[in-house]
Design a protein around this ligand. Structure first.
Ligand code: SF4
Ligand code: SF4
Length: 267
């Protein structure tokens, strides 16, 4: 009778003890040594996990800096200050981080473009785009359902009159919004340059005018006005090379539809 209790308890005790010893030994033998600098760098990074550095997240980037000698200035949300702090740990040169912020290349709000149909499907830009490229009269324009706002970890995106706007003061340039915009309307542009073409239409002038009052009609007046060869018009669409733009504003002054704007400060 006594054995019915003592033997199972003894078996459990011996099995438990043996397992404990084996697990402790295994944890020592297979222990993966982590460089404490990796953790320190991970703590410095902004934990946006946006992938702007080219790695899956902040922890992966921190690991790559130590294990592969990756550059320390790849984190856009962290900026130059973060790069400097990381370099203090690694003892390498920091380098500059080009500060960029995201901008929505569209001004086709309710006052400029009309609605083609009433959309009653899932409230998302990706969803509405499946039906005739969206319900705005401009097939290139912002759908305004805020897929970009939903992913921004810094509350920088808002929808105003059916078009997304990005507050440059809040934007950290991580590019998460640009990745999800199904219309490809969000560009990352340098902070130092002011003028950007806020339209993405590739239709000819007549069609663009019918679709949106604020659309670029490809008239080339901006191209002719720019003394620095920063503006080019192709496919009825103007674009500005930020490396050539001096911020003089001649293009914006000449644009008959106001498609060119200075947007590196809050409008
Ligand atoms: S607006 Fe876009 S780029 Fe700027 S912080 Fe938000 S998600 Fe990142
Ligand atoms: S910018 Fe793109 S993702 Fe954002 S509301 Fe407009 S269409 Fe949607």
């Amino acid at each position: 009778m006594l054995n019915e209790y003592i033997i199972p308890v003894a078996v459990f005790a011996v099995t438990g003890l043996t397992s404990g010893v084996l697990l402790t030994a295994a944890s020592k033998i297979f222990e993966v040594k982590t460089d404490e600098r990796t953790e320190k760098i991970s703590e410095i990074l902004p934990q946006a996990n946006c992938g702007s550095c080219g790695y899956a997240g902040c922890a992966d980037y921190a690991d790559a800096i130590i294990s592969k000698g990756e550059k320390t200035n790849l984190c856009r949300p962290g900026g130059t200050e973060t790069a400097k702090k990381i370099s203090e740990i690694t003892g390498s040169d920091a380098g500059e981080v080009t500060e960029t912020y995201a901008a929505v290349l569209c001004r086709g709000d309710c006052s400029a473009a009309d609605t083609k149909y009433v959309f009653a499907g899932i409230h998302s830009c990706a969803s509405v785009k499946r039906y005739y490229a969206g319900n705005s009269t401009c097939a290139y324009g912002c759908a305004g359902y805020g897929d970009c706002a939903a992913v921004c970890g810094y509350n920088a995106v808002s929808i105003e009159n059916s078009v997304a706007h990005i507050d440059p003061e809040l934007c950290r340039g991580c590019g998460s919004c640009a990745k999800v915009c199904p219309k490809g309307l969000i560009a990352l542009i340098p902070r130092s340059k002011g003028y950007t073409v806020l339209c993405s239409s590739r239709d000819n002038g007549k069609a663009t005018k019918l679709a949106c009052k604020n659309g670029c009609i490809g008239c080339r007046m901006c191209e002719k006005a720019c003394k620095h060869e920063a503006v080019t018009v192709t496919d009825f669409h103007a674009s500005i090379d930020p490396s050539k733009c001096t911020g003089c504003g001649s293009c914006a002054e000449k644009c008959p539809v106001g498609a060119i704007r200075k947007i590196n400060c809050t409008e």
